[in-house]
Write a protein that binds this ligand. Sequence first.
Ligand code: HEM
Length: 185
Amino acid sequence: MSISTWEWIRLLGFVSYFYFTVSIIFGLLRKSSTVKSHKNLLFQIHQSAGWFGFVAVIAHMLLLIVDQYEPYRIAELLIPFASDYQPVLSGLGTISFYLFLIVFLTSDIWIRKIGFTIWKKVHLAVLPAWILSLVHGVFIGTDSENVYILLFYWCTVILVVIIFLIRHISEHDKKKEKAMKVKPN
Ligand code: HEM
């Protein structure tokens, strides 16, 4: 059984979304007080999943150029909303790619140059990047007709939202604790 280029494109889009989701989940978990003892392992998974996601999305995009079924020009890939095929949904994929690219470059390559405060602000771009890739995947993807795939997308959304809220609450509690310590009685 051979897989066509278009099927590879779909598979790689899906793989890329999966790894970006794993990276975000472990990135959010890393600072949670309940799993603090495994901080290094969580960081390794967060970073490696981000790398895998990035490699997969590059392959997803490169194959779109060589594909015969719905070939993209380089400009269609790189300029948001410039493609003939599904311009809006493709454009969201392109913007998501740029946001992930910025996060990726500032984390692994430029972090020392830009400093921690700017890095932290830029790193938050993963959330809109992830949301855009989700909308892109759900609405452009042929596989979204499959009920199991839709269930998978729902599970990723519920998981990311829950872990994001846990992280948000734990950071809020930490700030409150700090403020209590500083306040003189
Ligand atoms: C971070 C960036 C991206 C992610 C995470 C991503 C992810 C995905 C996912 C999950 C699918 C659904 C696969 C399926 O259901 O079969 C998909 C499909 C697709 N993507 Fe992307 N994508 C990204 C960027 C792009 C870009 C930049 C383009 C082109 C401008 C693009 C073009 C397509 C096309 C044409 C399909 C449709 C395949 C089909 O018919 O199922 N993607 N992508």
